[in-house]
Ligand binder design. Structure first.
Ligand code: ADP
Ligand code: MG
Length: 555
């Protein structure tokens, strides 16, 4: 036709296409995410413009994305009834004018296929990823609100030129037809397409439909509703739980969840779940799960590196959906992103708030939480200095004054400290039984002073990083000098040890000689009431249990 014109791709776009065709093969399936994301964007834009001008909806107001496969023609078509493009839009967006991100994209390439493919969406060059799998792409489109004659067709083989022509079109919106290249037949397989959609686009708010084979019935293959985007008041408990199950495959309902929408110039939504039971892989060295990060409802990645949630809260599952991060943001970018820092800090605060509430209002459920995740939470004071006090307040311990379970908080302890007591005393041991039977407890029992009994491996690390709680120092009962004299009634029944006695000095001397290399000193002490002797560690040395652990680890 007369309207037909062939143009050269802008130089940088040519370079980009060359790259798509030749070097991003290993991540080729992402083309579908990009095309679906464009289709969903087009639906969002139509929805937005139709707010001002409802006529734009024509007689087709329900947004949808369609996937159609034609095995004979070997084409895959991604269609939408979104805003569509005018001829000028097409020329501007698809090849003539370099999009602002194109150069930056090319400059950011690393040569690592996977990483580079991750950059595509970020720089606004997603459309061209179609050429990773197609050797010819057609776009048929019409801008909403324009007559059928304003339809446009764009065609290219991605090798330097493209052709644009007028093409009357009844339906508004866009069809992108991919003529699959040799060897790309997997993308004709509905199962494969379904799997890709579920992986990357499941919670796109627009339904993605696929013609279901011979009977011509169409099915929606994504969930089509981003649960977290709906108002809290409209989501039932069952829906929250079903979403949790889909997310985690945990058959048990979560302990609680936190759903927050943050508005403003850096808007995001988060839906965080605290599970009720410990997953089997909680202590695997490599994390298997993380929060799922979305940008405008497009799935970006699962945050296994703990960028959105610190390791000591790694049991938290859920979704963060940002309006402001670039689509398809890379892992590298996530590492240094202020917005992510802010989302993380706020999410940590929300989880700690929720745990504090639970501990206060529902101690029994908190005890369940503690049983499942307490030993992970104990990593908190080590990992998160900024929240050390808050996390410390959430910790629960066995104690000489408690029952059978770990139920004593540091606040409980401080509240019932003896008048004149200056420290929170603890004892670390290999096991709870060993702790309860330790001779170090004798003098504390005698004075009625409470001692926390720490028998988990992580406890050793905890106490090296938790020097105090609300101004009260933590002290090991097995280290350095004890300051129990301050506890009022001096013990009249026992005479001061006669350390100056020749006999005692003689005994100490013989003991020092016998133990020579093994101890740094032998002293008379009032630590004990029944046992004749015990080992004490220097104030600034590792505890006995820590020394045992280090030896076991080959140090
Ligand atoms: P981005 O989506 O980041 O802008 P893309 O390369 O994916 O970059 O798309 C380029 C542009 O082409 C889009 O911004 C949009 O203007 C236009 N476009 C692509 N696909 C569609 C579509 N299905 N409907 C309407 N416009 C589209
Ligand atoms: Mg895009």
């Amino acid at each position: 036709t007369q309207s037909e014109e062939t143009r050269e791709f802008q130089a940088e776009v040519r370079q980009l296409l060359d790259l798509m065709i030749h070097s991003l093969y290993s991540s080729r399936e992402i083309f579908l995410r990009e095309l679906i994301s464009n289709a969903a964007d087009a639906a969002d834009r139509l929805r937005f413009e139709a707010l001002q001008d409802p006529a734009l909806n024509e007689d087709d107001p329900e947004p949808a994305v369609w996937l159609r496969v034609d095995r004979d023609a070997r084409t895959l078509t991604v269609s939408d009834n979104g805003i569509g493009m005018s001829r000028d839009d097409v020329l501007e967006n698809l090849g003539t004018i370099a999009r602002s991100g194109t150069r930056r994209f090319l400059d950011s390439l690393t040569g690592d296929q996977r990483q580079d493919a991750q950059l595509i969406g970020q720089f606004g060059v997603g459309f061209y990823s179609a050429f990773i799998v197609a050797d010819r792409v057609e776009v048929h489109t019409r801008r909403a609100g324009t007559p059928a004659e304003a339809g446009v067709r764009w065609v290219s083989d991605g090798r330097g030129e493209f052709t644009v022509s007028d093409e009357p079109r009844q339906r508004r919106g866009t069809d992108v037809v991919l003529h699959l290249a040799e060897g790309q037949d997997e993308f004709l397989d509905p199962e494969r397409l379904r799997a890709i959609v579920r992986r990357y686009s499941d919670h796109i708010a627009v339904p993605i439909r696929m013609a279901g084979g011979d009977d011509g019935e169409a099915e929606t293959i994504n969930r089509a509703s981003a649960l977290w985007m709906r108002p809290k008041s409209e989501i039932s408990e069952e829906e929250y739980q079903a979403f949790y199950q889909q997310l985690t495959h945990d058959p048990e309902p979560p302990l609680t969840w936190l759903h927050n929408k943050v508005e403003g110039n850096q808007a995001y939504t988060s839906l965080l779940y605290i599970p009720a039971r410990r997953p089997f892989d909680l202590f695997d060295p490599e994390p298997h799960h993380g929060l799922r990060l979305y940008v405008r409802r497009v799935f970006i990645m699962e945050d296994r590196e703990g960028r959105l949630m610190p390791r000591y809260l790694r049991f938290v599952r859920g979704v963060v959906d940002s309006d402001d991060l670039p689509l398809n943001v890379s892992r590298e970018l996530l590492q240094h992103n202020k917005l992510i820092d802010r989302i993380r800090a706020a999410s940590v605060k929300r989880v700690l708030d929720a745990l504090e509430r639970l501990a206060k209002d529902e101690p029994e459920r908190y005890a369940r939480f503690w049983e499942a995740f307490g030993s992970v939470l104990k990593e908190g004071p080590v990992e998160d200095a900024g929240n050390r006090e808050r996390v410390a307040g959430l910790l629960r311990f066995h104690s000489t004054h408690g029952g059978d379970g770990p139920e004593v908080s540091l606040a409980d302890y401080v509240a019932r400290m003896k008048a004149g007591q200056k420290a929170i005393y603890y004892l670390t041991a290999e096991s709870l039984t060993a702790a309860r039977n330790s001779p170090h407890l004798e003098v504390f029992r005698k004075h009625g002073v409470e001692v926390l009994l720490l028998a988990e491996p992580v406890d050793e690390w905890l106490v090296t990083h938790l020097a105090e709680f609300q101004g009260t120092p933590l002290r090991s009962v097995a280290k350095g000098e004890l300051e129990l004299d301050a506890l009022g009634e001096a013990d009249e029944s026992r005479p001061e040890p006669a350390a100056s006695d020749e006999a005692v000095e003689g005994l100490l001397g013989r003991l020092r000689e016998a133990l020579s290399e093994r101890v740094s000193d032998v002293r008379v002490s009032r630590r004990l009431t029944d046992s004749p002797a015990c080992i004490v560690v220097g104030e600034y040395e590792f505890g006995m249990n820590m020394q045992r652990m280090l030896r076991a680890a080959g140090h």
